[in-house]
Design a protein around this ligand. Sequence first.
Ligand code: SF4
Ligand code: SF4
Length: 395
Amino acid sequence: MAQANPHRKPIDELTGFEVLENFEPFDQRNDIYCRSQWDPEVMSDKAEAFFRGYFMPNARSRRTDGFSQRDYALRNAAWHVTNVLRDINRQQTGRKEGFFDHFTSHEEGWPEPYVFDSPEQASADIRKVAKLCGADLFGVCAYDERWMYSGIFDERAMASKPLDIPTDLPHVIVVGESMDVDLTKTVPSALSGSATGLGYSYDSLTLLTLAQYIRNLGYRAYATMNDSSLGIPLAVQAGFGEVGRHSLLITEEYGPRLRLGRIFTDIPLVHSQPKKFGVKEFCDICDRCATGCPPKAIPFTPPSTEVYNRSNLIGVAKWTVDAEKCFRFWANQNTDCSICIRVCPFNRDYSKWYHRWWRKLAGTSLRRFALWLDDRLVDRGRHKSAWWWQRNQGR
Ligand code: SF4
Ligand code: SF4
């Protein structure tokens, strides 16, 4: 009799994840940003200059539109709060919080857990506080060891070290911070990187405040951002949306413009339900991100188990981006890229009724018509940095 696949879980029926027998948890050391510090395959002068450029006066501004001192000034300021929190313990302990290590800037909480009437009441309270703290999206899923890093990156040793989040915390709170839709229209540019930086900075504030609130209620809470786990699978399990061809999360509320944070906790909570609204079927007939990606890092082919290099997750059938090609492009242009976000038909301002109508259409068998409408009616070309600076000024 065939052995059951030990990596499959009932939740996969709802998310559509295809986790295979050869699945291996991901070691953060193999993340492309970590590799740029230790792997000669990825290290380069340009990569080093790329990271240095996030701090003035190393930004290497130039006359090209979107890469002026004004643009870098905003981008680097947008990252500032995240960087302060990231470095708070770095010199003393080597911890790079929010990126390699979970946040530890917390006060002592309450010794006894506050008793809620029910997990439903606790969930409603936590959701309300998360929104108050700035979360645009909120969801909860079960702890899932498959998406935890098998090791986290130790910058001092340039090696893996053990994950230090307890494994007996049953719930994961996922929060999402949206990125400015207008800034994503100026991609690629240093200016557009401000959307990413601000997403992280808002995320840090939300995560630290919410985790402290949970600790003050007398429960355990570990706030994490890019560290400790893969964010997208947990966000899908927490009901945020689906994964697109560009390997990014696509949500009903903000399309692909979202930064994610997670809190691992034991406060009693109700889990959210995974949500599908036709993204997979739409991506099957669309290739705008693959076509628009300058280094051709996004596949045109159906989801597969193909891995390009050690930065890819092994044993999950999905659309996988060639992270080496992608990062090389970032380093060459001296800022992060998000062309795949800019050109994605789901990248819309859903506060407008006609974009919500389009999303509904895209989720039906008329998806080819929806794609045709996007091609004809939406300007997905790069907008000049001056367009963004002048837009709505003086309002
Ligand atoms: S970020 Fe840019 S280079 Fe990377 S996959 Fe997207 S479009 Fe391609
Ligand atoms: S651009 Fe098209 S194929 Fe790519 S993620 Fe968006 S909808 Fe899917």
